[in-house]
Design a protein around this ligand. Sequence first.
Ligand code: PSU
Ligand code: MN
Length: 302
Amino acid sequence: MDFLEMSSEVKNALKNSQPVVALESTIISHGMPYPTNFETALELEKEVRDNGAVPATIAVIGGKVKIGLNESEIEYLAKAKKIMKLSRMDLPYAVSKKLDGATTVAATMICANFGGVKVFATGGVGGVHRGVNETFDISADLVELSKTPILVVSAGVKSILDIPKTLEILETLGVTVVGYKTQDFPSFYSTKSGSRLQMHVDSPYEAAELYKTKKKMGMDGGILVANPISKEHEIPNDVVNNAIEQALKEAKIKKIIGKEVTPFLLSKIVELVPQALEANVHLALSNAALAAKIAKKIEIRS
Ligand code: PSU
Ligand code: MN
């Protein structure tokens, strides 16, 4: 794979069956404002290390799929104004044209899998957008979860999305969705969404066993571990919901479509509810810590 460039740290870790956790880059370039995005990207790597795994932040730079970015590459992504947002459809184009791009959950899963990374921590995955009946806007993240064998830790999905419909599609696609110590599907800023989950795991060990079992059974696709934000950092639903309603209204007026929808809504929400950014950082860190613990359990020979 001449398009793949792994850092020596990640390469060594994988060679020695040490735990590695993939981290995405769209959260840096399109998910948070500078400088919080840069600081958070570094803190996420530290959190993974502090919990005993090697971080591998993923992006495409100069047409190379990079697994394990250095600090200046992360800074570049954090500051770049017009960096491409790469999902599955864009990935071969960016590589072929030797472009730079940040990877979404879908593209990060694909790239992690190229390198043999099994676990990936993010903030929130994409899903079925509200108004899907008209727009057909369904994130490619969901389809990727049905194809690519990565365990993804996320704080559920934001209520900018239609959460019940997102869960329906995940069921249709056969994605194994489990709550982490919860039976409520979390909605990013909130531990609950009103949607219930049938399945849960209660330890990193159980999550690792689920991953190993799915693999042993030869079944395609990933696992979505929904890890709720901690109670102390939770933002009440009604506080965020007003902001979300307003953001959605504005997106409609401004005719924002396609891959611009999610970044537009994310930045609008932070503009309207500044504490949302801090909550976002906290939940992402908590997901990175849990992902590292799960990755460690996966690498223990059973
Ligand atoms: N949700 C968030 N923060 C994010 C994203 C989603 O709360 O940063 C990013 C992720 O990279 C996710 C992508 O994969 O947005 C989904 O975009 P779309 O809806 O265009 O598929
Ligand atoms: Mn979309």
